[in-house]
Each structure stands twice: as structure tokens, then as C-alpha cells.
Ligand binder design. Sequence first.
Ligand code: GLN
Length: 200
Amino acid sequence: MKQVGILAVQGAFAEQARAFREAGGATFEIRQLSDLDKPMDALVLPGGESTVQGKLLKDLGLFGPLRTRIVQGLPVFATCAGLILLAEHLVDDPTVWFGVLPVTVRRNAYGRQLGSFATRGPVGDMPDVPMTFIRAPAIAAVAPEVEILSRFGDQPTGVRHGNIWAFTWHPELTDDLRVFRRFLAADRGTAQAFSSQPLR
Ligand code: GLN
């Protein structure tokens, strides 16, 4: 059974833990440096408030060790604020946290009116996956080597790049566990996760 470390300093970590357990993983929370001594097959960066999470990661001494593991190929599953922490660039904002995912992200992209909404659509070769957006960021640009897994309109909302899977929406807020199962079944880092051609 894969051991999934869930970053639990702020945000929707309990929901991620529930979803990963229901999808067949074992989970533990990452709150302090000593939690990184546990065997870890994958890391989850939950939604929440990226600025708060980034600062807490630095204060707790977790930032550097986690970044090193991500760069070394640890599988990462990120939603929303987690995607913001991973992005190489933010729109109109010089902040860079981990800076390991070659995408440009716009925070709070859908404004106040459409701040939170639900829709359904394909994720890679999986049809009709429910997607919940909460004050979601948008992926404004992706490097050519980034695989696009899901879209809202013509804009990417889910991406995969090597060991990193990241979504602007919250798969953990529905009972549809297909995305979690697929992530847990994927080989570490390199394997193509989806059998269909990437959506472009
Ligand atoms: N708006 C949040 C941020 O900028 C992200 C929202 C979320 O994680 N649901 O960090």
C-alpha cells in the first residue's frame, strides 16, 4: 500500500486524506520536520491559502526538504493552493515558492461572482469527472512538455509534468475517486499516466 504524506499545515488536508484512504492508499500528516522521517511514496499539497501555506512551510523548516524531494522525483498530487506553490510563475506577482512546475498561474482567476462553481468533464481518458472550483486559480500558460489532463473551456485546469500532478479544482470534494486511483496506480515519475493522447 502506498504511503501518502499529506501536507497538513493549513487548508483542505483532511478531505485529501479521506479521499486517498478511500482510494486505497495509507496516509499520514506532515506538520513538522520529523514527519519526513516516515516512508513516503507520494506527497499531497492540498488547497487552502497558498501565501499562508508557503510561509508556514518556511517557518517550520519544511520548505527546503520538501522541495529537494519533489525535484528528486517524489510523486506529488497538488490542488489549487498546492498548484500555486509549485508554479514557476504567477501572473502579476513576483512570488515563486517551489517553482518546479513549468506553468504560469493566475490566482483567484474567476473573480468573486464565479469564485466557486462545479462542472464535469474529462480528465485524460476518464470521462465526466465532477470538478469543484473554490476561489480557483487558472493556468494561464504551460510549457510544451506539460501534459494537459483537464480543461474548463479552452483553459487547462489539470496538468501533469513528470512526477507532478496538479489541478486548479478539488477532486477530493466529491465521491468520484478515479483521479486518486489513477495517481496511486501510476509508476513513480516517468510512466505515461493516461492511455489516450493528451488533450491539447
Ligand atoms: N485562492 C487560494 C490561493 O490563492 C487558492 C484557493 C484554493 O486553494 N481553493 O491560495
